[in-house]
Design a protein around this ligand. Structure first.
Ligand code: AVI
Length: 320
């Protein structure tokens, strides 16, 4: 074993355009807020709790899939990979991979939430002292630079678990995955989790949990707008709702206004009718065929693993 190698050479980039994005979203006919706003420190902690809820099947199911297929996954990834994780979410999944991979070059977690990234990386480095870990605080949906790595690797393998790809509209998901392929280059890999279409009730329960953690996660967005940007949302006048839009194949997370009200920011006033809602997130569900159709222009499908109940799928794709 070599010594622990963790390079904390990342900084919090902030988000200059956030206010503009928020104001624009709240001026649309159908008001909306960007789902990246969920993930401040509190939001990331709430999301961790969501992943442990009885109703929220995606995390548990994906973990089961990784556990049951770790040898196949490991042979797809091969040796000496530079493993880049988009969003350093549940550490259980990455721990399974880091333990199961034969030999790897480095692990590079990318995350928008600085504190969450640093805390999770530090915890990981204690348990995997022999693995080079290089955290980068970036919004990976925007162009960013990798630092000059002073070590070798065989190929880049991007790990994109959790079905986060479902949070993009399908045409954008296609474009985003095409960009990942372009940036990483031919022969690189993408290990990606996808939530599959299933009974409406099962999906809706996953986003309307009995303990109200998803509600807190959704409402935290408004607290954040108050404390960080200077809005004056009255949190008690808003309610969480999640509905499965079957024709579109997506969960929609809403914040519903419980009264006619006005919210202001620096003299800009935004009016809400009673029952009007803000869309805070879409979470698209796919069939295997639908997902394959958005990736097959850029990737070859080398592996697809699905749990016994057909709830969730994990794909290993190679850039062509
Ligand atoms: C991060 N993402 C994949 C989650 C999802 O299921 O779409 C975010 C989430 N929203 C509510 N619960 C979980």
């Amino acid at each position: 074993m070599t010594e622990s190698i963790i390079k904390l050479n990342t900084t919090d980039p902030g988000d200059e355009n956030l206010l503009e994005e928020v104001i624009n979203g709240l001026h649309k006919d159908q008001k909306e807020l960007p789902c990246k706003l969920f993930y401040d420190k509190k939001g990331s902690e709430l999301f961790d709790k969501i992943t442990e809820l009885a109703e929220y099947y995606p995390t548990r199911t994906e973990i089961e899939i990784i556990k049951s297929n770790i040898e196949d996954i490991s042979s797809c990834i091969g040796e000496n990979a530079l493993l880049v994780e988009l969003g350093s979410g549940s550490s259980t999944k990455i721990r399974l991979l880091l333990s199961g991979l034969k030999k790897m070059s480095a692990y590079v977690p990318l995350d928008i939430s600085y504190n969450h990234l640093i805390e999770s990386t530090e915890a990981l480095s204690k348990d995997f002292p022999h693995i080079r870990i290089i955290p980068l605080c970036v919004d990976y949906t925007k162009p960013f630079e990798f630092p000059d790595f002073d070590f070798d690797w065989e190929k880049i393998v991007v790990f994109y678990p959790g079905s986060t790809i479902g949070n993009f509209h399908p045409p954008y998901a296609k474009k985003f995955l095409a960009n990942v392929a372009r940036r990483t280059g031919r022969g690189s890999g993408l290990l990606i989790g996808v939530d599959l279409k299933k009974q409406k009730e099962v999906i809706e329960n996953a986003y309307n949990d009995a303990k109200g953690i998803t509600a807190d996660f959704n409402l935290n967005m408004l607290s954040r707008l108050n404390s960080e940007i200077g809005f004056n949302f009255d949190i008690d006048k808003w309610q969480h709702r999640a509905v499965y839009n079957e024709p579109e194949g997506r969960i929609e997370m809403h914040l519903v206004s419980l009264a006619q009200q006005c919210v202001s920011h620096n003299g800009t006033r935004i009016y809400f009718e009673e029952n009007e809602f803000i869309i805070t997130e879409y979470s698209y569900k796919y069939t295997l065929a639908e997902f394959e159709s958005i990736v097959n222009d850029y990737y070859r499908i080398d592996g697809v693993w699905v749990d016994n109940n057909g709830k969730f799928s994990l794909h290993y794709l190679s850039v062509i």
